[in-house]
Design a protein around this ligand. Structure first.
Ligand SMILES: [Zn+2]
Ligand SMILES: [Zn+2]
Length: 172
């Protein structure tokens, strides 16, 4: 769904869209599980040089490999967004763009409008947690034999620094 300046000049646009998995191109380490739903409003802000505001709510299920055990980890996205888009300043244009504090959700757009799919893609990626963890108490893979320690106990000895120190003392 593309919001053009021309249309926004006349009226705000309400949207309520479902994207099936694959319709939004996420980086390959992420997969979308089920529909991604986004609903809200696009409007052109008055007294600006074409600043577009998108706000609403997005829900999605994103999956990635667990950082500890590599099994799929679910990362549900369910939250409000409030995004601002300014026309990209053309090269050679005068003046720098100063970002005021609190304007962390400010982006720029080229051409004559904003593509919802692209905006939501960025927003979802930014709202994912830094770590993908399949569950809070995931025990991860054994560093010795590689077994998934959530599934079974392998019994490998985990060498602690104390044990190494003991071995060193015995060598002497
Ligand atoms: Zn895990
Ligand atoms: Zn092991």
């Amino acid at each position: 769904m593309f919001f053009t300046l021309t249309e926004l000049e006349h009226h705000p646009i309400l949207f309520d869209v479902c994207y099936r998995p694959g319709e939004i191109q996420f980086p390959e380490e992420f997969s979308q599980i089920g529909d991604l739903r986004v609903a809200g409003t696009a409007e052109l802000l008055r007294n600006t040089l074409g600043e577009i505001r998108l706000r609403g709510h997005v829900t999605a299920g994103i999956e990635a490999a667990c950082d500890r055990c590599l099994e799929p980890a679910r990362m549900p996205v369910d939250g409000d967004f409030d995004l601002f888009y300014r026309p990209a300043v053309k090269a050679g244009g005068h003046g720098e763009v100063h970002l005021e504090e609190g304007e962390i959700d400010l982006s720029f757009y080229d051409g004559d409008g904003v593509e919802l799919r692209e905006a939501i893609r960025e927003h979802v990626l930014l709202s994912l947690p830094m770590q993908a963890i399949c569950r809070e108490d995931c025990k991860g893979l054994c560093p010795v034999c590689g077994v998934n320690r959530n599934d079974r106990q392998c019994g490998c000895a985990t060498v602690t620094s104390d044990a190494r120190w003991e071995a060193f003392k015995q060598l002497r």
